[in-house]
Ligand binder design. Structure first.
Ligand SMILES: C[S@@+](CC[C@H](N)C(=O)[O-])C[C@H]1O[C@@H](n2cnc3c(N)ncnc32)[C@H](O)[C@@H]1O
Length: 195
């Protein structure tokens, strides 16, 4: 079992506390997702699934690497979401299966983001969309906070200093939309299209 999986298995109990801070952004994120035409959607790293009620359309499949997080997610599902224990860096779905892939606060946590984004590209249909919600280190004073916290961030299995353009596989997508979220545009929603 990887360090990340074992961290989230232990951390699952406390995750609702973290979730309090993530809720407002997720509301906006899933609101954007609900505007998109109905399609087959894969969410990677569903966490505890407390946001499942925000989905208003789409045929949803969710995967999670931590069994503890997944067990809680199952309790939040009304049965319409297909849930599997699976690593997003080694997806077992057929290529070109999904219209949308969702990464909500996952890309800066993934152990091998290059592999994760490559797998997202593989399972998306041509013209399919990759939808990302995450913090991105901005070019303002917050970069010093990210830099300082990065020394400890490994303890929490995340990268606080995080630049999307460091992931080469992201170049296989065309940027479609970028939405800055408060505070300080530290969090963003990215919509990218498989080209
Ligand atoms: C910060 S939490 C975010 C959870 C949820 N998406 C949210 O927005 O609240 C990151 C989640 O991604 C999961 N995760 C990280 N890497 C993963 C991978 N390679 N495959 C599947 N799940 C992964 C972790 O186990 C954890 O539950």
């Amino acid at each position: 079992m990887s360090a990340l999986t074992s961290f989230y298995n232990r951390f699952a109990f406390f995750y609702p506390l973290v979730d309090i801070f993530l809720k407002p952004q997720k509301k906006k994120f899933f609101n954007e997702i609900n505007q998109l035409p109905h399609g087959k959607l894969l969410e990677i790293g569903v966490g505890n699934g407390s946001h499942f009620h925000l989905y208003q359309r789409h045929q949803i499949t969710g995967i999670e690497i931590s069994s503890a997080m997944l067990n809680t997610a199952k309790k939040h599902s009304d049965g319409t979401i297909a849930l599997f224990e699976m690593n997003g860096e080694e997806l077992t779905f057929e290529p070109e299966t999904f219209d949308y892939v969702v990464l909500s606060h996952v890309v800066a946590v993934a152990q091998h983001p290059e592999k994760l984004i490559t797998q997202c590209h593989k399972v998306l249909k041509p013209g399919g969309k990759l939808l990302i919600l995450n913090h991105f280190t901005p070019n303002n004073w917050l970069k010093y906070v990210d830099r300082a916290f990065n020394l400890f961030a490994g303890l929490f299995q995340l990268k606080s200093l995080f630049y999307i353009h460091h992931i080469k596989a992201i170049e296989r997508f065309k940027p479609e939309k970028e939405i800055d979220l408060k505070p300080f545009a530290y969090f963003k929603i990215l919509m990218l299209v498989k080209s």
